[in-house]
Design a protein around this ligand. Sequence first.
Ligand SMILES: Nc1ncnc2c1ncn2[C@@H]1O[C@H](COP(=O)(O)OP(=O)(O)O)[C@@H](O)[C@H]1O
Ligand SMILES: [Mg+2]
Length: 248
Amino acid sequence: MLSIKNLTVKTKDKEILKNFSINVNDGEVHAIMGPNGTGKSTLAKVILGSSDYIVTSGSIYFDDVCINDLPTYERAQKGIFLAFQNPLSIEGVTNSEFLRTALGEKNGKPVGLYEFIKELDKATSDLQMPEGLIHRAINSGASGGERKKNEILQMKLLKPKLIILDELDSGLDVDSLRIVCDNINQYLKENKDTSVLIITHYPRILEYIKPKYVHVLSSGKIIKTGDYSLAWEIEKNGYSKINTMDGN
Ligand SMILES: Nc1ncnc2c1ncn2[C@@H]1O[C@H](COP(=O)(O)OP(=O)(O)O)[C@@H](O)[C@H]1O
Ligand SMILES: [Mg+2]
């Protein structure tokens, strides 16, 4: 589904990803862990085509098509979804207006109001979100945890093929994390080909959504890949030990 080959990415004055490569097959869950500032969010944003970064070499393939030159909306239309680490608030646009428009753009045709409201009501109730929330401006006055839930509400409606979760667990209390992860797992059960890239510092979220592979990112590339147990090794020993073990 997602194949990134030797990707090097920089901002105006700094190289962030260096020869980064990863392969994610249909239906696989991968976790990417790494200390602060190693380029995890940059990777997520570059997969979606953020204009803040320059790809100096390498390629990103999605379903065997090179998407390097595609604008963000086309990547989203193809089914790539990013739940942001720090979701912004947007005054003047309500959740329901935003979601109905986004869904229409993704499907290439307007969404009927009745079926939309039915689906939205079910999704907000699954996520145990307050009823009036969909008529409020996007994330207006919302707490960190509410913002994260809102990202997953978008995911449920937009039905992506590749889900990227950038530190979904930060800002969510234990109960909310469980609700949100239950919703993601239910989605994965109903959409078996969907792949997930979980960016996180903590193994807790990986207890709920089990990854097949755990990768450690350091200085812009993957320095170690293991299974679920690697996340606990990091929790116990820290990242510096992982580096030492690999001779880096
Ligand atoms: N748009 C940007 N402009 C300048 N520097 C950036 C930008 N985005 C990220 N960086 C820098 O690149 C490094 C990696 O950032 P980031 O990808 O957010 O790390 P992580 O998510 O792993 O904590 C950091 O040093 C950060 O300050
Ligand atoms: Mg980050």
